[in-house]
Design a protein around this ligand. Structure first.
Ligand code: GLU
Length: 421
């Protein structure tokens, strides 16, 4: 495990509850309901012993949190990262509830995580870690109960191990237990690109309302994982100029634009985008402060805080990551007129196509990529329109509008189902 300082400077669960409190206040949602929604239904903590390649045994802490299942089974990714703590998983699970409600897909929210450094582990170690973790939570997940997916530090291979472990234990293949599976075992076309494509649609939707397009827009993308790298590619394909990129090792900038395909090739060859020809190095902190038209933080939480918010020059921020802006920074940015497309709106494409994958798996009938992308556009654009309309009508930020819509939907479902017993 890394000994470096955690990226979580503030308690993420407290921040998520602070956002909920703001929503409850602004939209006058019943205090009892807000208390229910501020709590996580179930939090599981498990020890995950793993035999390492050198013969030693290490024990990792793993978590699965189900925040809310009022609108359907719990849904959300599994994160492998050294900084994972239960309150981070709690916050991420709450955001999944809002995201699914805002998109109008029939899921609640969940998240999982293991405190580990996947970059320093072998494939065999990761497989044993994943299979043991899956076994520890096997009675709490399932197609009708809780459906995991990839997140930071996990991918299709991780989901394949989870799927196999669950299926072997049940005695038959259970397609609907997990999404983000590789295509060869019942994944969905378009799932790998879905989060980035959804973010692209949200930017297009915003610019359309201003009679504008992405052509010539100067963009900075922080993070070159699944979400950031593919978003950068899509933006360049749309005619935007990518002037800054970063990964966990550092950033690169070029006033005249970075060739995103060259960045992919450089990363494939060296493991990082740092040192990309034709670019100058920039720290991760300075990258966020570069002059640009659009900034897309696509890595981890709490990168824009009270401390640096005043130095952010981008007039538009698209939250590809979950929780990259703290509530205090949000207030500052809003007062300066920065338009933030919030995480639950900007990065929901991933879970929307996860929903499609789950539906296709249950029906054992698979769609074309065009069909997936068209329906993704439909759902994300409908959610954007609803949030935008509320923002205009109530004169609130797009975040407050999007969260407000989502929370109201979960509150309505809670009221009509009634409190048991
Ligand atoms: N981890 C992704 C997210 O934060 C995807 C979750 C899913 O597909 O269930 O939205």
């Amino acid at each position: 495990m890394s000994t470096s300082e955690s990226h979580l400077r503030e308690n993420p669960y407290e921040l998520a509850r602070e956002q909920l409190r703001r929503v409850g206040e602004r939209f006058q949602i019943d205090a009892g309901t807000i208390a229910v929604l501020g709590a996580c239904k179930k939090a599981i903590e498990v020890a995950v012993p793993v035999r390492m390649d050198d013969g030693t045994i290490r024990v990792f802490q793993g978590y699965r949190v189900q925040h809310n299942v009022t609108r359907g089974p719990a849904k959300g990714g599994i994160r492998y990262h050294p900084d994972v703590v239960v309150d981070e998983v709690r916050a991420l699970s709450m955001w999944m509830t809002w995201k699914c409600a805002l998109m109008g897909i029939p899921f609640g929210g969940a998240k999982g995580g293991i405190a580990c450094d996947p970059k320093s582990m072998s494939k065999g170690e990761l497989e044993r870690l994943t299979r043991r973790f899956t076994t520890e939570i096997i009675n709490d997940i399932g197609p009708e109960q809780d459906i995991p997916a990839p997140d930071v530090g996990t991918d299709g291979q991780t989901m394949a191990w989870l799927y196999d472990t669950y299926s072997m234990n049940k005695g038959h293949s259970v397609l609907g237990v997990v999404t983000g599976k590789p295509l060869s075992i019942g994944g969905s076309l378009g799932r790998v690109e879905a989060t980035s494509r959804g973010a692209l649609f949200s930017l297009r939707n915003l610019l359309e309302r201003r009679g504008d397009t992405l052509v010539g827009k100067r963009v900075v993308v922080q993070g070159f994982g699944n979400v950031g790298s593919l978003l950068a590619r899509f933006l360049q394909q749309e005619g935007a100029i990518v002037v800054g990129l970063s990964d966990s090792r550092g950033g690169v900038a070029a006033r005249d634009g970075i060739d995103v395909e060259a960045a992919f090739a450089h990363k494939a060859a060296t493991g990082s985008i740092v040192g990309l020809a034709g670019s100058s190095p920039v720290t991760n902190e300075a990258l966020l402060e570069l002059p640009c038209d659009i900034l897309a933080p696509c890595a981890l939480e709490q990168v824009i805080t009270e401390e640096n918010a005043a130095r952010i020059q981008a007039p538009v921020i698209c939250e590809g990551a979950n929780g990259p802006i703290t509530p205090a920074a949000d207030t500052l940015l809003e007062s300066r007129g920065t338009l933030v497309i919030p995480d639950v709106l900007a990065n929901a494409g991933g879970v929307v196509v996860s929903y499609f994958e789950w539906v296709q798996g249950l029906q054992e009938y698979f769609w074309t990529e065009d069909e997936v992308n068209r329906r993704l556009d439909e759902i994300t654009s409908r959610a954007f329109a609803a949030a935008w309309e509320l923002k205009e009508r109530e004169d609130v930020s797009l975040r407050l509008a999007a969260y407000g819509l989502a929370v109201q939907r979960v509150a309505d479902a809670t009221a009509i189902r009634g409190l048991y017993p």
